[in-house]
Design a protein around this ligand. Sequence first.
Ligand code: AMP
Length: 361
Amino acid sequence: MRIGIIGAGQLGQMLGYAARNLGVNCRFVDPSDAPPAADVGEVIQRPFDDASALAELASTCDVVTYEFENVPVAALRRIEGKVPVYPPAAALRHAQDRLDEKRLFDQLDIPLPGYRTIDSREDIATAIDQLGLPLVIKTRRLGYDGKGQFIIRERDDVDSAWKSLGGNSLIAEQWVNFDYEVSAIGARNVAGDIVIYPLSRNVHEDGILRTSRSPVDAPHLADRAETYVRRLLGHLDYVGVLALELFVCDNDLMANEFAPRVHNSGHWTIEGAATSQFENHLRAIMNKPLGSTASLGHAGMINLIGDIPDAVRSLEQGVLHDYGKAARPGRKLGHITVTAETAAGCDALVDIISRSVNQSA
Ligand code: AMP
């Protein structure tokens, strides 16, 4: 069995490690020099939508998947008649366009913040009248980690927002005074079996995920989030792992976005769950029985962004995952997972390590 993976970043690398444990080979397509997944399989060094590279992947692999959501849908469509491609291109299409994504949430009765499409400065002014301030303007496409966003706090900001993002297809989104953020990660295999992980509680700074902890002690939220993830997986006839990011407000949930792939907020599952999200993604696309998503106690994950401080390399607690990437401000270079028997024990470890990461940065 050989799996083709478009993208050879850290998600590809961790998929590759999981594949090794299952006795499966991986082959990647990625234009970068020495990407993280080069450790775990051959990389065809070509652009993600290079027709000959994808044709080669299709003809030499039993199934093809992808590890990031900016793979051109047309590239997947070209090979999906030759080899099974999972998750399905339709899921990727929705995830690539924030407007399509929000319409899908609406269609599936998944609550979400108010939104409007924006084609002009005047549309922003109207959106402020209808949705109030603050208001977030987001590019419909190619935004990630908080990039392609502008927060309008007062009416005078409209021109700056337009200057910064105008020219792109945009949406305006109501600002949510959330209590905290969570993500729900599920997997569905070709046969339609579904498993759902315990919720993760996530902290972002400047739009980038800093820490995740799981499980979250809120069974009613977990039930509701599971219902939403099952709706998405079923509706999209989805195969693979999907992550749904949600805001928690007044003990209720509002969807922010979904990712049709393994997700940073699920990295804790490598040490903290009976089966990792990476293994379950592979099991799903190979149509194998899915593994248990049960937590092994309490787990926390701290992202290492921009730099891996020396202090972090000599910590007594936690498992360091170094993706082997060159340091660059704002870049995800690795993460640390901690596990503990109690939530308080896990929180204490996450806090100590976060402090050590921030002090050294
Ligand atoms: P996104 O790229 O849309 O997931 O945004 C990155 C992060 O920015 C989110 O995880 C939130 O922390 C914050 N954010 C995005 N949209 C909103 C919103 N409408 N209200 C409040 N915070 C938001």
